[in-house]
Design a protein around this ligand. Structure first.
Ligand SMILES: Cc1cc2nc3c(=O)[nH]c(=O)nc-3n(C[C@H](O)[C@H](O)[C@H](O)COP(=O)(O)OP(=O)(O)OC[C@H]3O[C@@H](n4cnc5c(N)ncnc54)[C@H](O)[C@@H]3O)c2cc1C
Length: 457
């Protein structure tokens, strides 16, 4: 596709390597690779300014060429897996446009990595709470496009809660700026929230306005270990009833614990167990008081309760928790992991149901996730060489969505719909609401060229 690349090359600065005439394999997949998902495309473009994004979009729109916006490629829904056309990579748009620490706010371009936004806040005495697990790889534009969560979303909310404005290019190539540093604004529809979580199907996010809060002085996690999921889920509810709002409230089921047991940085019971992690935060005194209450709430029915002390132990604990997904990848090489969300009082049903589906389909399972949010990473494991097991894992995911519907939950709590759950919106919304999604998509993108085949029907 040299011709396509030559023409795109005239629209962007950045030299010969700002456009590629073929799509390298690293850009035809995302974190769904472990389930065997791979797309195809005709060219890649790396714009460095919003005007270049607008020019590329206009050029593609005039010629009927599909566009796949791509951030860090860490998505678990196949949203950045191209369906032909142009892969538009935001990684060269990484300027911090403004930073006002005393007003707790910044405007950054879409390609700034998540970890760099977190660092920017930290180095200025501030805190940016969204903490999705692939922070070294993901970009803030991708986080906003997926409305990413993370462990601390329980107390602080998901990425969208920290976005006050968005700059985006919408078809057929117009730049819009919605929201901004105004704290209250009801003039018009909430277009900013509409673009948040739109997974690159309504617009290409080029910059975001973010809010921060003053840095948190202390974080004290507490761990409870339980004989099974029922006892663990009861402990999660006891934490909620305690009156303290934990900053994070996480769990690992018995199978997930076995996968990462060897790497656990402290002591844990030798028998199979289910773990709950609750973190208290605030000033040193607040966090210490809250830890005491949470430890008491977690102790009922527990095999053991641990309170890691010292910054090193606490950091090691969170690194261990972040490593669960990678460790699950390594068991057999393949996995289908779904991020369902259920009402928190149905958590044990969802965990046990995942296990039961795996048993029926002849697959090993494990699950872990954001217990307080009722958000599970329900995972079916298989060997990549075993095509039959992969088919069974995909069927198991369908069973899981059915179970989720029965439990009054959602097919995606944080990764989005993307390609892997396209066509499943009816499981979450009634026919009229699905139709509204279709109309919205058509309004923004009448030729269906922006990330076609993803999210909306
Ligand atoms: C180890 C691991 C841990 C993870 N942990 C979490 C977690 O805790 N919570 C969570 O929510 N997710 C998690 N994820 C999933 C993933 O990191 C998030 O979905 C993340 O927000 C994706 O960002 P990205 O920049 O990699 O986006 P990509 O994967 O590149 O893209 C994701 C979607 O956003 C669109 N997109 C990307 N950039 C833009 C843009 N600038 N404008 C418009 N659309 C865009 C793409 O088209 C695609 O639809 C994890 C993934 C891994 C691999």
């Amino acid at each position: 596709m040299r011709d396509l690349a030559d023409q795109l090359g005239r629209l962007v600065s950045g030299g010969a390597d700002a456009v590629l005439g073929s799509v390298p394999s690293a850009l035809t997949s995302d974190a769904t690779e472990a389930r065997g998902l791979r797309g195809y495309g005709d060219a890649v473009v790396f714009p460095t300014t919003t005007e270049e994004v607008a020019a590329v979009t206009a050029w593609c729109y005039e010629r009927g060429v599909p566009i796949t916006p791509r951030g860090g490629g860490s998505g678990y829904a196949g949203g950045a897996v191209p369906n032909g056309g142009v892969v538009l990579c935001l990684e060269r748009m990484r300027r911090v446009r403004s930073l006002e620490p005393l007003l707790w706010r910044a405007e950054v371009e879409a390609g700034v990595r998540t970890v760099d936004v977190q660092r920017l806040a930290r180095e200025n005495g501030l805190y940016f709470p969204p903490d999705p697990g692939a922070a070294e790889q993901s970009q803030i534009g991708g986080n906003v496009a997926t409305n990413a969560g993370g462990p601390h979303a329980f107390k602080y909310g998901v990425t969208g809660a920290w976005v006050t404005g968005v700059e985006a290019v919408v078809p057929p190539g117009h730049v819009v700026r919605v929201g901004g540093p105004v704290r209250k604004d009801v003039a018009g529809y909430d277009l900013c929230s509409l673009l948040v979580g739109s997974e690159g199907t309504l617009g290409i996010i080029t910059a975001v306005m973010l809010r921060f809060i003053p840095a948190i002085e202390a974080r004290y996690p507490v761990l409870g270990f339980y004989p099974d999921a029922r006892a663990g889920a009861a402990a999660v509810e006891a934490c909620l009833a305690s009156g303290v709002v934990p900053a994070a409230l996480e769990y690992l089921d018995e199978e997930a614990i076995e996968i990462v047991r060897q790497a656990f940085p402290a002591a844990m019971p030798v028998e199979p167990c289910f773990a709950v992690i609750a973190e208290a935060d605030g000033s040193k005194r607040e966090a210490s008081d809250a830890r005491r209450v949470l430890a008491e709430a977690l102790s009922d029915g527990a095999l053991a309760v641990e309170e890691p002390a010292g910054i090193r132990e606490i950091e090691a604990l969170w690194r261990w928790r972040e490593g669960v997904g990678f460790a699950a990848d390594a068991v057999y090489g393949g996995k289908v992991s779904e991020d369902i969300g259920v009402p928190v009082d149905r958590l044990a049903d969802a965990i046990e149901g995942t296990r039961e589906i795996g048993r029926r389909r002849g697959l090993a399972t494990c699950s872990w996730g954001h217990a307080g949010d009722g958000n599970l990473h329900a995972t079916f494991l298989f060997s990549r060489e075993d095509a039959d097991a992969r088919t069974r894992a995909l069927a198991a995911a369908e069973d899981l969505f059915e179970l989720t519907e029965q439990l009054g939950g959602t097919i995606s709590g944080e990764h989005g719909v993307g390609l892997v759950k396209a066509g499943q919106l009816h499981r979450r919304w009634n026919a009229s609401a699905v139709e509204l999604h279709r109309k919205l998509k058509h309004l923004f993108d009448p030729a269906n060229l922006l990330n076609p085949g993803k999210k909306a029907p």
